[in-house]
Design a protein around this ligand. Sequence first.
Ligand code: ADP
Ligand code: MG
Length: 681
Amino acid sequence: MVNLEKQVQYIKTVGPNRAELLNKLGIFTLKDLITYFPREYEDRGKVKKICECIDGEVALIEGVVVSRIVEIKMRNKAMYKLQLRDETGTCTALWFNQSYLKNIFKPGEKYKFYGKISSQYGRVEIASPVYDKATETRNTGKIIPIYPLTKNLTQNVLRKIIELGLSEVEDELEETLPEYILEKYKLMNLNDTIKKIHFPEKLEDFEQARKRLAFEELLIMQLALLELKNSYLSEKNGIAFEKNIKISEVINELPFKLTKAQLRVLEEIELNMESNKEMNRLLQGDVGSGKTVVAILAAYKAAKSGYQVAIMAPTAILATQHLESFTQILNNKGINCELLISSTTKKKKEEIREKLKNGKIDILIGTHAILEENVEFKKLGLVVTDEQHRFGVKQRTKITEKGQNPDVLVMSATPIPRTLALILYGDLDISIIDELPPNRKKIETYAVRKNMEERVNNFVKQQIEEGRQAYIVCPLVEEDEESDLKAVTSLAEKYKKEIFSQYRLEYLHGKMKPKEKEQIMQEFKEGNIDILISTTVIEVGVNVPNASLMIVENAERFGLAQLHQLRGRVGRGEYKSYCILKYEGNSENTRERMKVMCQTNDGFIISEKDLELRGSGDFFGTAQHGLPELKVANLFEDMPLLKEVQKLAIDILKEDQKLEDIKNKKLRKAVKEKFKTRIEI
Ligand code: ADP
Ligand code: MG
């Protein structure tokens, strides 16, 4: 049997240096390697006639070389030119700085070239093409997988390594789906699937392989979620909180009137809390819909019933902000709130742990520092996790284990269509806040190109002169933290020294110490900073009512759901607010996405559009969307498949609730594995 846990370093041609690069891509073992799927494919199988090539396209041409290669020396580079011809025309191949090419091509012989075409005034050129002899298929003549890369690793090298990995596996992968399912749904077996997802001979191969992988992924997810839900249902001893603790007493003292939607979800939550049925509830609501106050009221009920509450936030900034909101509303209610984050001093931590164990703290707010083993509650009754997608199921389980079947409220600002939510969060009951507080104004959104830069800058100045503050957000260039950092820093410097030199400007990035970040955030909140430049660390939940302007650089690189989240940082106060999306590129998809953002402020519509527009082309991965992480399945395109699979999952569990039947043994194993690896922070 092949050892799938073998470290990649020991795969032929890899070694320690390349292993380090592969690690950066999350590839540690042979298994990781062969399940590192392509981002897309290039069809290098179809030869085009030279006269049919279109300017700008990437194409494969085949032709006889009709010249020697010509070297043209330039100031600091050398260009190499080669003429070739097919029966319809001639084409010039161009390369830069690749002197080894000089001795490769023989005039009179036939080669294939694959590269980007430029065709202007009847002159056809192909830039830096990869090539083969006409009879070879090393780089051409087939469908080539294109993988997400990291710096210093090329497509060719990675492709070769994956090929070698696959050859070690041969046909020895153990099937992961039961025979009866493979048969019933006519799915490709695992060995073929893995081979064909990397190296499909024809597109149908790929489609079959992809279907099999998506099917499996969705099935295991469904089984896992449904099983989890069943396990809650079988627990009868949830906590029944005091019926005569009335949250209405606090509601009446709030500085604002709750929306109908907030009142409705509070009723759902209160009922659930008072019953002895354990609560496992997802609270969904668009940014700014007022989820925090709902959490505060639920926490009040729990605390007054004599239980402790844990509030988990994904970042220290958010946790700190929650502490403020909680104490503001609960300060005269005899409820003791404390904050525990990683930067809390050692002494304070000890004090908190002591008080927590003795029941002297009612509400503990914090980051995953709360999860640490030595944090013990006396009587934990309610767990609230904010911004759900940052915490995986496993962390939820870990925190609930600190109490005895505490109620759980999971808050998410990723509005997804209800049908989808029901399927994806199969393990949770759902409450939705589908209404914003009445004082909210629409955030006016504009999508602009580079040529508008000056006007945008002037607009920023104008807002600041009026006393407002602005955010400027830059995208993360994935895969490379160093260059990310450089991008933000150099932009910040430019803004600071040249464009906005008369204002107070600071920047935030992921590499900063939590303390530094908090400090800057705090200064921004207090109005001591006019412009805050940052990467997406401000994405979730930060509340600065005086900020009225959100500028997003390279908006085309963000997902729509993410842009919507970012935009939600403004428009939180009484001031008219704006979001300006600066974008580059001219693809249909980009323009469509920008249009959606300008047209609507409704998170539900945006999320549907997001799924739809991601549909084609971007078929792997949902990580950005805040949905459970899927490697293969696409929730929009695969909706029919998802429905089919959900039916199957329900049927399987109806017949075999614990997956103990021998025919479901493989599923049992996969579900277990899924829980083991599902940590998404
Ligand atoms: P989110 O749902 O994005 O977490 P928050 O809970 O942070 O939103 O609420 C955003 C802002 O709206 C906060 O300043 C909060 O005090 C305020 N808010 C919440 N509910 C209402 C309401 N019913 N009327 C007016 N303002 C509200
Ligand atoms: Mg929030």
